[in-house]
Write a new protein. Structure first.
Length: 113
């Protein structure tokens, strides 16, 4: 199955360069449908450039803090970031209320195309 998602410039370029191999998302209903082996077409929200990746693993967590404690920062291209930096950036995209409802999702990805 092919899923479509948007990304801001920096995370998009991190995936294209191969530095980012884990995509972090809210584990909402749309993301719950993503399975290992599925493809994701990411669209750069600034340039409309696209890249397709394959999902090689998926892990769910009760919240983003637990996810960030588990996933190595180099896998999300955030070396040197503090926990507060990570959470502040995340909560600019997702609300704490939605995090409590759905939890967090780490998708290990591999650029295929």
């Amino acid at each position: 199955m092919l899923h479509q998602m948007g990304l801001y410039q920096n995370p998009f370029q991190s995936i294209v360069s191969g530095k980012k191999v884990v995509e972090i998302r809210l584990n909402d209903q749309k993301r719950q449908a993503i399975q290992v082996g599925d493809l994701i077409e990411f669209t750069n929200l600034s340039t409309a450039e696209q890249v397709i990746v394959k999902v090689t693993a998926r892990q769910t967590f009760k919240d983003f803090k637990a996810l960030y404690e588990h996933v190595p920062l180099e896998q999300i291209d955030c070396i040197g970031w503090s926990m507060n930096d990570l959470l502040d950036a995340t909560y600019m995209i997702y609300s704490r209320e939605s995090e409590k409802v759905f939890g967090a999702l780490a998708l290990t990805i591999e650029r295929k195309f």
